[in-house]
Ligand binder design. Sequence first.
Ligand SMILES: Cc1cc2nc3c(=O)[nH]c(=O)nc-3n(C[C@H](O)[C@H](O)[C@H](O)COP(=O)(O)O)c2cc1C
Length: 225
Amino acid sequence: MMDQKEMRDFILKTFHTRYTCKGYDPEKRVADEDFNVIMEAGRLSPSSMGLEPWKFILLNNKEIKKKIKPFAWGAEKSIEGASHFVLILARSPEDMRYDSKYIEYIQKNVQQFSDELRIPKREKCRSFQTSDFRLLESDRALFDWTCKQTYIALANMLTTAAMLGVDSTPMEGFDRDKVESVLIEEGVIDPKHFGLSCMAAFGYTNRDHRPKTRRCMEEVLKVIE
Ligand SMILES: Cc1cc2nc3c(=O)[nH]c(=O)nc-3n(C[C@H](O)[C@H](O)[C@H](O)COP(=O)(O)O)c2cc1C
């Protein structure tokens, strides 16, 4: 076991060394054991009201990747060489409305809330979606909120990969309508339930990368006493 100091150092080293990989060695594969941990980090991520509005697709199919590539400029350097290429889907606006079957399923079957708990929670969700965040103003507002949740899973996967010495690329550099059309055509997604939020590649780099640049803490953190 690491002591507290070792743990701090390990965490900071992880965040300093994680970077966006811009080209992968196609010969190097991420071990199943490592990839499984990366996916567990996604699955176990927090989400607003615990609704887990994501699905992860491990895309191994070369033909489908080839069809996506022209519409995914941000994935150009990773879609072929990366060991694992993951699509992160977000639930549709229809599924994310407070009164949907999906939310009922999550609250009853996954969270195991009794009706006594579930009914007030649904009411809370209704007022949150209707007035607090005004998510029901448009399907777009609701879908964007859903996508925000998936980025938490994305971030956890990237950090976990870095802890395991696996290089990664987060991606939203794509034409969503066009990539979704390919995925629908190929039977990868059912648009009634899912849209494409973002993508992530994992593998081992084949090139050097620029040193990390970030604003300093003084610029980022303000303390109010
Ligand atoms: C949500 C998100 C989407 C991104 N999309 C892309 C992308 O499509 N292609 C790419 O090469 N990098 C992409 N990046 C990587 C960023 O450019 C990168 O994280 C940033 O420049 C900081 O560099 P670092 O990750 O190496 O620290 C994305 C990052 C995030 C968080």
